[in-house]
Ligand binder design. Structure first.
Ligand SMILES: [Zn+2]
Length: 208
């Protein structure tokens, strides 16, 4: 999946399990951000292509990296509240109700909650990458969740990388939430629809 798609999965996944009502908007932002962390292993592309080809979908796309990065990022958020600090700086361009943590009755997520959110959404990232893969001349890209202890790779390609369907479904859901509320219901509906879409596309891909 692409960065916008992983971000949307984090947002809608967070809404679907009610993170916003329990912990407020920071938990949704945390889920959206941490959903992209495995793809940091693609940064070597800024230096050289060889490092990218060796490391992308390997160095960050495994359970060890997920555990370590989640501990670090969760500890940083728990100790320094970096999401709120960034939001404070962005306040002039953010919607007014995004700051109303107290009014919603939500409480800040604790360290353990942040860790659980981080691990869960990074694991979802791996599943997304296994199921959105290949196509348009690209070969399927194995994800190696047990690296560096075990080199086995997994891929279950349902739709090709870059398929516009997931973005359309999830963007419509986010717009719907912004306009009508009912965040949890719309998010659950959209993610269910996304799964059905992917399964149907995967079935058609194999049949043809
Ligand atoms: Zn990835």
């Amino acid at each position: 999946m692409t960065t916008p798609e992983h971000t949307l999965v984090g947002i809608l996944g967070g809404f679907s399990i009610g993170l916003h009502t329990r912990f407020g908007w920071t938990a949704i932002a945390f889920a959206a951000i941490i959903s992209n962390v495995p793809d940091l292993d693609g940064l070597p592309i800024l230096i050289d292509m060889q490092g990218f080809e060796v490391g992308h979908r390997v160095w960050g796309h495994n359970l060890l990296a997920i555990a370590v990065s989640t501990l670090l990022i969760a500890a940083f958020q728990y100790r320094f509240h970096w999401i709120e600090r960034c939001a404070e700086k962005l306040k002039p361009v953010l919607p007014k109700d995004s700051q109303e943590l107290e009014r919603t009755g939500a409480t800040r997520p604790g360290f353990l909650s942040l860790c659980l959110i981080g691990v869960a959404f990074q694991c979802v990232h791996l599943i997304c990458d296994m199921t959105v893969s290949g196509g348009h001349g690209l070969s399927d890209w194995l994800v190696r969740p047990f690296w560096p202890f075990e080199d086995s790779g997994f891929v279950f390609p349902l739709i090709p990388w870059g398929d516009v369907g997931p973005t359309v479904i999830m963007m419509l859901a986010v717009i719907g939430i912004a306009k009508f509320g009912n965040a949890s219901r719309i998010a659950i509906f959209a993610l269910t629809l996304l799964c059905i879409y992917m399964l149907c596309r995967g079935y058609a891909r194999r049949a043809w």
